[in-house]
Ligand binder design. Structure first.
Ligand code: GAL
Length: 835
């Protein structure tokens, strides 16, 4: 694609609509923040690690359901108890097996989101999907892929690497059983070198069994993260062994570089390791080299070196500057293997009296906890959508995320590194069992170079280990903390604790996190003045976007910041606590996004949570602006509710404004109903008798009106408006556009209460991969090309094919004037991929 780089594409083509806040800000800003992101896949970057090939193994899988209890409906697997008796006997992973009737799909894939909802209370916390041991027909999935291995690969080490799959996976290659993985979040890999046929077709099969879950929230089902085929020299760098540790001294930084080289070849090797340090523009700013060592066959050796960076550009949430280190192992001057590690230079300090310091400057954690599913796609979130989600949180003024309650997807972490969000990175299982420690080890090794991560969390609310089994908890906690420190001496270790933190697992923590219970921290701080504290999980405020009365018959909760369960706090409630104590490092609200499952305080037909500050699509609820006002840097004036209350004329309606200005005056149909000073970390509100027309807020600072906002009573819906986050995307089969769907009245005003059903037609070089509307009670399909608006909004997600061209998205709904958007998909060198 002459003349156009990925950087150009990422920076350009933001479709803006003046009335669409998200399109104006979060979406556009995400694009800008990610500028250059895919440069890691550029020809230049790939050339730097040339002896190694990392192929995306996402495209063209075959898929079919198996069966959890009936072997006859599970490819005959396990029919006679003898399946594992001989190596090489699994026919379904051989050439002859006929998968022509299986469905073809691309990863990431979550089959749970494709299933209908079931009214089964046991599935409440998992989002009412028929997955689990009681649903054997829809709980086992088989994935199969044919792939070529050229004869020239003979002698290389070849591994298949899964970033994560839900949940129990058995892998077979060319008739042979290769291995298993038994959790839904940690990455796993298998060396296939001995099992491959070189110069021939090969067959890989994954049996994925979601009968058991790992958590109490929606977890999806299937291979919901990327898969890779990695080919290296037999003399190669160890997996996740390359580390870059930074120490800032005045105007310089010392980099301590380390890696491990493994020799799986047939002869001893004299190897040396060289490092090249690149700045964000790709310029070499330092080099280092470690002395040569001899490595025996089947042996390994550790290499270390140091490098100096003069005047390093630091990583921060406002300027997330990244460097990369290319580590290359050589013998006799010939590169044998190489990898690129991205890192940042920054300092982090948790102080028991003064809270958190980033690069020596005081900063509060303005964080949210998040699960990992999104409208339309469930747990199978494409990379671009991960970044879209982070963009929404960043737009709110968020500067941190907690990956509750599991190890995150790599692209989420990379997004935090790139976009400037700090992370509390959490493992799923709080246990020092081999499985628990393996999960923890994978997490720490995988992400320890990411500057965004400011602490490791070894778990969440393990009440047994906090109280009844406090003695065991203390030992388990100590082992896990020790392991984190061994693998990464640069970060503090903690966990999210819903108790007093007085004993048990908490004893070993470097910093203490409290979940809820605002009564505990003051007392704890008094008794333990040397231990830094933060809010590991707070809020759990509940609200339904665009709804202004709590109605248990409709399973809705008003979007005024007034609802929380017994253990929770409103937005204002928790931030007034954490935002005003110097010794608190800040905290993480439960949650940024709504997620499937946990429809507290309701049950069926509610299928997702209402804890989010934004809904399942990322559309802001009103509290979003509370946070934006007190977390962000820009002036904020957000007036709500809408002003479409036909039939409620004369009723008293609370009118709220979230603002960080000094004073706000409210007008109803041109008449002032009074001016109010905005309390610090608070909001202002009036009671207004409803009459159709217009309400207007005028916000002033230092006596001058600086922002105004209106809500007008609209007429009925007349036309559909589609707004895409970008008008140009990559034709790489991965990139996507996020479309906001609204209906407008005759005067072009968005109708905030609209519930029209909209049909989508996507033509050209793109595919609709999911739809949503943020309604916690909507059981329409996430996958069909239609969706009702919920309080005026719906979302459609459209992904490019690999062929450059145009995608036309049309939205039609009854007599409404249809909406239409055309997206250009630009030719780009796709990431190297299998098939
Ligand atoms: C917490 C828990 C979260 C979520 C939340 C709902 O106790 O850690 O996973 O369940 O409650 O309020």
């Amino acid at each position: 694609m002459p003349g156009i780089s990925r950087r150009d594409l990422l920076c350009s083509g933001v479709a803006l609509s003046a009335s669409s806040l998200i399109a104006r800000s979060a979406w556009g800003r995400t694009t800008a923040l990610l500028a250059g992101y895919k440069d890691a896949a550029s020809a230049e970057a790939l050339a730097a690690i040339a002896p190694r090939e990392q192929l995306l193994f996402d495209f063209g899988w075959k898929f079919q359901f198996g069966h959890g209890t009936d072997p006859a409906r599970d490819l005959g697997f396990g029919i006679g108890q003898g399946d594992f008796a001989k190596t090489g006997d699994f026919g379904f992973a051989k050439a002859k097996f006929d998968d022509s009737k299986w469905r073809t799909l691309n990863l990431p894939h979550d089959w749970a989101v494709e299933l209908p909802f079931v009214n089964d209370d046991i599935q409440n916390s998992h989002g009412f999907k028929p997955v689990g041991r009681r649903y054997p027909e829809t709980s086992v999935g088989w994935y199969r892929h044919e792939f070529d291995i050229p004869a020239s690969d003979l002698g290389r080490r070849i591994s298949v690497e899964f970033d994560g799959a839900f949940r129990s996976v058995l892998i077979f290659v060319n008739g042979c059983f290769i291995g298993r993985n038994d959790n839904g979040y940690a990455p796993f890999r298998f060396d296939l070198t001995d099992f491959l046929s070189y110069g021939q077709k090969n067959y890989i099969v994954a049996r994925v069994d979601a009968s058991f879950g790992d958590g109490w929230f929606y977890e999806g089902a299937g291979i919901y993260r990327h898969v890779w085929l990695t080919k290296t020299d037999a003399l190669h760098l160890g997996k996740w062994e390359s580390t870059v540790r930074t120490a800032v001294n005045g105007n310089a930084a010392t980099l301590t570089l380390g890696t491990v080289v493994q020799n799986e070849g047939k002869q001893a090797e004299n190897a040396r390791v060289k490092w090249q340090i690149l700045d964000a523009a790709g310029k070499t700013v330092a080099t280092a080299e470690a002395a040569q060592q001899s490595i025996a066959v089947d042996g390994s050796a550790s290499f270390t070196a140091t490098a100096k960076l003069a005047n390093p550009v630091l990583w921060s949430v406002d300027a997330p500057n990244l460097y990369s280190a290319i580590a290359t192992v050589e013998t006799a001057g010939k590169p044998r293997d190489a990898e690129r590690v991205s890192f940042g230079v920054r300092t982090i300090l948790f102080d028991a009296d003064k809270g958190l310091f980033l690069n020596g400057k005081s900063i509060k954690i303005q964080g949210t906890c998040n699960h990992q599913d999104h409208a339309g796609v469930g747990a199978a979130v494409p990379d671009r959508l991960q970044w879209f989600r982070l963009g929404v949180l960043k737009e709110m003024g968020g500067n941190a995320v907690r990956t509750s309650h599991n190890m995150p997807t790599p692209e989420w972490v990379e997004g935090c590194d790139r976009m400037g969000l700090m992370m509390m990175c959490e493992t799923r299982q709080m246990s020092s069992s081999p499985e628990g420690l393996a999960q923890l080890e994978a997490m720490v090794k995988r992400y320890r170079n990411s500057p965004s991560i400011i602490m490791w969390s070894i778990g969440n609310e393990e009440w047994q280990l906090q109280e009844a089994m406090a003695e065991e908890g203390a030992k388990i906690g100590a082992t896990m903390v020790r392991r984190c420190h061994e693998l990464d001496p640069t970060r503090v270790v903690s966990a999210a604790v819903n108790g007093t933190n007085a004993k048990g697992v908490s004893e070993a923590f470097d910093i203490i996190g409290f979940n809820y219970n605002l009564g505990y921290p003051d007392d704890y701080h008094k008794k333990n003045p040397k231990r830094p504290l933060y809010g590991s999980e707070t809020a759990s405020a509940i609200s339904t976007r665009g709804v202004y009365t709590t109605d248990p018959l409709r399973n809705t909760l008003s979007a005024y910041d007034t609802n929380q369960p017994g253990w929770g706090e409103t937005a204002e409630g928790w931030w007034k606590f954490y935002g005003t104590r110097d010794w608190e490092a800040g905290g993480f609200a439960w949650t940024g996004f709504d997620y499937r499952g946990e429809p507290t305080p309701y049950g069926w037909p509610s299928i997702n949570s209402q804890f989010g500050i934004v809904d399942m699509c990322g559309f802001p609820k009103d509290s979003f602006y509370y946070y934006k006002a007190w977390w962000g840097k820009d002036p904020v004036l957000h007036l709500f509710p809408h002003w479409n209350f036909t039939g409620r004329e004369g009723d008293e309606i609370p009118v709220w404004v979230h603002s960080n200005l000094d004073e706000v005056e409210l007008f109803v149909n041109g008449k002032s109903v009074g001016s109010q000073k905005v309390p610090h970390l608070g909001h202002v509100e009036w009671k207004v008798r409803y009459e159709p027309g217009v309400i207007e807020a005028r916000g002033s600072k230092d006596g001058k009106v600086v922002l105004t906002e209106k809500r007008e009573t609209t007429g009925p819906a007349a036309s559909i408006r589609l707004t895409a986050d970008r008008t140009e995307i990559f034709a790489d089969g991965e990139d996507l556009v996020v479309l906001k769907v609204e209906v407008l009245d005759k005067e072009g005003r968005a109708v905030p209460t609209a519930e029209n059903s909209i049909n989508f037609r996507v033509s050209g070089e793109g595919e609709l991969i999911g739809v949503g509307n943020g309604d916690p009670n909507c059981q329409e399909s996430d996958k069909k090309p239609r969706r009702s608006l919920f309080n005026g909004l719906a979302q459609a997600i459209v992904q490019s094919t690999k062929k450059p061209g145009e995608i036309t998205i049309e939205a039609v709904g009854g007599r409404l004037t249809p909406g239409k958007v055309t997206i250009t998909t630009k030719s780009v060198e796709p990431r190297p991929a299998v098939g």
